[in-house]
Design a binder for this molecule. Structure first.
Ligand code: FES
Length: 272
């Protein structure tokens, strides 16, 4: 006979401490639509970025360099005039140079609070949606390896800052023409401008950034500058999901634009 004091072996949603509801969910709306769309969008980006990162071609069309390949950290890069060519990995690196740099923005997004929610729901159904039981019997959250590594997000945020700085530099270089003369602008310059604004907005809207700026303070009144910055970052933070998606799309579009130019499929319309 159960005494009520036995240890609970099932820690999932069917656990003894959870409400005993027979059906998986009482929701009657199309709750599966959001996780399915999320999984589809993320999958599309993963397929596209994997193809581009490994292709090791068509990533530079003067004056534009793909954000997937900047900065250049190996000798096997196409030389970019005035661009960030820092060949610290020398000639021994034989794979695509994109693989050396993408680990930082990838790690930043992979450990992002929003993306964690998105792919836990979209790919692992953990849980699939609010008030929908997950199919897993156990739930350990992010307390064990490997998910405990998600706590490295703050360090990826620190790494994302110089990456955004380098992409800003690339955007400045986009104000040259194909002969590297300054003071020009093409459609690619606009594509890069939109992308860098969204990249910065996404980076600064990070929850870790918000905590770094406004956390651990006893009195905001004694830190008026940090308080103002915290307010600004907080406003961006409210739109973190929107910025996560728009910046993901814009960085892929910026890369695709360079690919079209470099492969000769398209010519950059020049405004002046
Ligand atoms: Fe999303 Fe930091 S929480 S980037």
């Amino acid at each position: 006979m159960a005494t009520g004091t036995e240890p609970h072996t099932d820690t999932g949603v069917r656990g003894a401490t959870r409400a005993a509801i027979a059906t998986r969910t009482l929701r009657t709306d199309r709750w599966w639509l959001a996780p399915a769309a999320t999984a589809g969008g993320l999958l599309a980006f993963i397929v596209y970025s994997t193809w581009r990162a490994f292709s090791n071609s068509d990533y530079y069309a003067a004056p534009y360099v793909s954000p997937f390949y900047s900065p250049c950290l190996a000798e096997n890069c196409v030389p970019m005039k005035g661009g960030p060519n820092w060949e610290i990995f020398g000639s021994w690196w034989g794979l695509s140079p994109a693989l050396l740099i993408l680990i930082f923005p990838l790690g930043f997004r992979l450990t992002c609070y929003y993306y964690r929610k998105a792919y836990y729901r979209g790919f692992w159904a953990s849980p699939p949606a609010c008030a929908v039981a997950e199919p897993h019997a156990k739930y350990t959250g992010e307390t064990r390896f490997p998910l405990i590594l998600q706590n490295m997000h703050r360090y990826f945020f620190y790494a994302a800052l110089p990456v955004a700085g380098i992409l800003t530099y690339d955007t400045v270089l986009a104000f040259r023409d194909e002969n590297y003369a300054w003071g020009h602008m093409g459609l690619g310059t606009l594509v890069f401008l939109v992308n860098i604004v969204l990249i910065w907005a996404y980076t600064l809207s990070c929850h870790s950034c918000r905590h770094i700026i406004g956390g651990r303070l006893r009195h905001f009144s004694k830190h008026p500058v940090r308080y103002r910055l915290w307010g600004f970052v907080g406003k961006l933070n409210e739109r973190h999901m929107l910025l996560a998606w728009t910046s993901l799309i814009s960085v892929a579009l910026a890369d695709f634009y360079v690919y079209l130019l470099a492969s000769g499929a398209f010519a950059d319309p020049r405004f002046f």
